[in-house]
Write a protein that binds this ligand. Sequence first.
Ligand SMILES: *[C@@H]1O[C@H](CO)[C@@H](O)[C@H](O)[C@H]1NC(C)=O
Ligand SMILES: *[C@@H]1O[C@H](CO)[C@@H](O)[C@H](O)[C@H]1NC(C)=O
Ligand SMILES: *[C@@H]1O[C@H](CO)[C@@H](O)[C@H](O)[C@H]1NC(C)=O
Ligand SMILES: *[C@@H]1O[C@H](CO)[C@@H](O)[C@H](O)[C@H]1NC(C)=O
Ligand SMILES: *[C@@H]1O[C@H](CO)[C@@H](O)[C@H](O)[C@H]1NC(C)=O
Length: 323
Amino acid sequence: MAALALKPCSCVIIALLLAMVSISKAVLDAHYYDQTCPQAEKIILQTVENATRHDPKVPARLLRMFFHDCFIRGCDASLLLNSTPGNQAEKDGPPNISVRAFYVIDDAKAKLEMACPHTVSCADIVTIAARDVVTMAGGPYWNVLKGRKDGRVSNASETVSLPAPTFNVTQLLQSFAKRGLGLKDLVALSGGHTIGFSHCSSFEARLRNFSSTHDVDPTLSHALAQQLKNKCPKPNRDRNAGQFLDATSATFDNNYYRRLMAGEGVFGSDQALYSDYRTRWMVDSFAKDQSLFFREFAASMVRLGSVGVREIGEVRIKCRAVN
Ligand SMILES: *[C@@H]1O[C@H](CO)[C@@H](O)[C@H](O)[C@H]1NC(C)=O
Ligand SMILES: *[C@@H]1O[C@H](CO)[C@@H](O)[C@H](O)[C@H]1NC(C)=O
Ligand SMILES: *[C@@H]1O[C@H](CO)[C@@H](O)[C@H](O)[C@H]1NC(C)=O
Ligand SMILES: *[C@@H]1O[C@H](CO)[C@@H](O)[C@H](O)[C@H]1NC(C)=O
Ligand SMILES: *[C@@H]1O[C@H](CO)[C@@H](O)[C@H](O)[C@H]1NC(C)=O
């Protein structure tokens, strides 16, 4: 009886949800700048290519930037805003150390403002750049949907809701679900670590005094543990010290998943994908079939790029400040 009484109600909710989904989809369009700035993607690609020639960590940082931006307040370039007197911005929040490639976006933006003023949003630049670094490194290409507007709020205290490198699969899934992303997105997007770089602080807890029973995280391979200890001695004077998250870090490939099968995930949250039965089978299939991984990665990047997209708002003139 109760279940029957609930039915019409849940239908209404489903209809509303469907309406919301189709509205937010309608905002974004692969051809959004075709008339207003047809050269936009070419300008962004050239800027990203040039920056990568000067610093091989740029691809990892731009991919991380996109992920971080979309996870906090949706893909609205809130991560790019500078702190102002009275407001500490996201980029100065706790896990800020890995996102230092803002100058690349600034550079692309300056060129875009000359070519087609007040047209291409900072949120779209970040999204296009994230696709470009993947394709440049040998990964898949996909059409980026565009038309995002830039947000006006950036709050350092909100970065606490980013998934931490110590999370287990339950915690990761909860964090993804809050953004409308699922299990497949979690495993596929984690594969972005194929070109990732991490500082010691994100995995050091696995290396020493891990738990009351294990000095080193038992899911971490002995060889890699030793290598990481050498890279991250205690005490450590080098703030930039760290490790690429995959042995073939200049190439976007499925090696990341094979490394997980060998106990060589650098983050606890990487290795957890192989320890947990809910995600292990998918790690296995991505490790076996690179083109499957590429397809799922591209699809998940498109979904991530739709999280919290704003239809109305501004196109910033400089990405570091609201207009
Ligand atoms: C290429 O990148 C370097 C380093 O970021 C920068 O100094 C230079 O101005 C860039 N050149 C062009 C043509 O964008
Ligand atoms: C990280 O944020 C702190 C403030 O929370 C700031 O002092 C520091 O300079 C930031 N680090 C980087 C690399 O931007
Ligand atoms: C930032 O977020 C915190 C926690 O949600 C909130 O208390 C604070 O008022 C926010 N600050 C601004 C400037 O919005
Ligand atoms: C994941 O971590 C949370 C918080 O530490 C813990 O409560 C939970 O039992 C863990 N779940 C799994 C499956 O390990
Ligand atoms: C390891 O952790 C325990 C308990 O937290 C602490 O008492 C001990 O000093 C730590 N040992 C080292 C070498 O850090």
